[in-house]
Design a protein around this ligand. Sequence first.
Ligand code: ADP
Ligand code: 5GP
Length: 228
Amino acid sequence: MMYYSGIVSNQRTSVVAGGGKRKTVKMKGEGILFIISAPSGAGKSTLFKLVLERLNDIKPSISYTTRPMRENEQNGVDYFFIPDEEFDNMIREDKFVEWANVHNYRYGTPKEIIRDQIASGEDLLFDIDVQGARSLKDEFPDSVLIYVLPPSFQVLKDRLLQRNTDSEDDITLRMENAIKEIEGIAIFDYLIINDDLNKALKDLESVISACRLSRQKNEFDYTMYINN
Ligand code: ADP
Ligand code: 5GP
């Protein structure tokens, strides 16, 4: 018997006091928005893929981008890769909850994914930059913001070089942008240092687990618990 709502019943329960008598109020159950940001090359995509393979009830938000697809990427899995004109149309049609110019390309989070998530009660994982994280936090204040950094700035550069997917100019631009990004860390709830990949993965799973336990407590229906 489950004494909390949430994913099981897709109903969130909060408790209010009324006339000395305890009442429960049913609200629509919503999943948690986990927003992960990191300077390019920190290992965020690597972590992201691993955590999605290991955890249930969480799905990725797939962004739209005008960036060309890399060799190891798939359309509709890593991003929806679209031309500039289509991105312009989506802006005009108000299809994005937020969008930004990052490293000379445009990236946008579709509104549709949040609508689906609200309907399903599933947790969502976002891989977006700091400005996008700020916009989502403004719109959805309960979002959980997680920042990922490599152990040092030099390691960041080494990983970008070793990944071998970006031109020299691109890597210079990504390193310059990393400085600005890191300055935005104050609004984040958690910092994970991705030195040893397994340890970083464990840290990320721990954050997700702790936030889920907190939600479980907030959705705990003690009237039902006591009466059963
Ligand atoms: P991001 O998505 O943050 O731009 P990636 O996930 O593409 O970064 O990782 C950048 C490079 O660093 C990749 O070649 C990846 O295999 C490597 N990498 C990721 N995490 C680690 C780690 N903990 N130790 C060593 N290399 C890593
Ligand atoms: P990459 O080109 O390396 O895949 O991603 C470049 C940057 O764009 C990363 O910092 C990534 O987090 C960010 N990004 C990806 N999707 C979105 C999005 O929908 N919105 C915003 N604001 N940033 C995004």
